[in-house]
Write a protein that binds this ligand. Structure first.
Ligand code: 5GP
Length: 191
């Protein structure tokens, strides 16, 4: 086991900024980075596999985990479903000296900021507002009301940018992911 603790990096940003894509890229290309798999109460989308994108649980199980203190953070996202980061796997990875990446929403990032102030917080920004809207609409997995809700959340989330240690513009997934990993590895000098 490495003597040095790993570094916890939190990736947040507005809806459809591409956090999921960046996280997936890091997962594939940098397997030494521990990637936290969240719990959620939302149903799986087509192609999603339990334990890979998320652990899919019902409300009762989610409540049980909250009561047992098993989440590092948890939040209701878009007013629709609950999401949470399981505490144990992240703490084990950090203790083993692995860097750990959380891809979570702003509410979750703020909770982690309060409980783990040594973490490094990265804000993923879409190249422009128009591009953000295009991505939200283009994805086509949500109905009109849901898209409106997500745009409203995105507006609020964009305003949170100054709270973060670093900002990455998601203009191209490979480039943005490489920037994220190099930030993860660069130490804490830029805080
Ligand atoms: P989706 O349902 O589209 O996969 O994700 C919806 C949102 O939930 C995304 O903004 C994602 O970052 C956020 N999210 C995913 N996992 C977690 C988590 O464990 N905690 C929090 N707070 N947000 C999460």
């Amino acid at each position: 086991m490495s003597a040095e603790r790993g570094r916890l990096v939190v990736l947040a940003g507005p809806t459809a900024a591409g956090k999921g894509t960046i996280a997936a890229y890091v997962r594939t290309h940098f397997p030494d980075v521990f990637f936290s798999v969240s719990m959620t109460t939302r149903p799986p989308r087509r192609g999603e596999v339990d334990g890979v994108q998320y652990h899919f649980v019902d409300n009762r199980e989610f409540d049980r985990l909250v009561e047992a203190g098993q989440f590092l953070e948890h939040a209701v996202v878009h007013g629709l479903a609950r999401y949470g980061t399981p505490r144990g796997p992240v703490e084990r990875a950090l203790a083993e000296g692995r860097d750990a990446l959380l891809e979570i929403d702003l509410q979750g990032a703020r909770q982690v900021r309060a409980t783990m102030p040594d973490a490094f917080f990265v804000f993923l920004e879409p190249p422009s507002w128009d591009e953000l809207v295009r991505r939200l609409v283009g994805r086509g997995t949500e109905d009109q009301a849901e898209r409106e809700r997500r745009l409203e959340t995105a507006r609020r989330e964009l305003a949170a940018k100054p709270e973060f240690d670093a900002v990455i513009v998601n203009d191209e997934v490979g480039r943005a992911s490489e920037e994220l990993v190099s930030l993860m590895r660069s130490g804490r000098t830029d805080r």
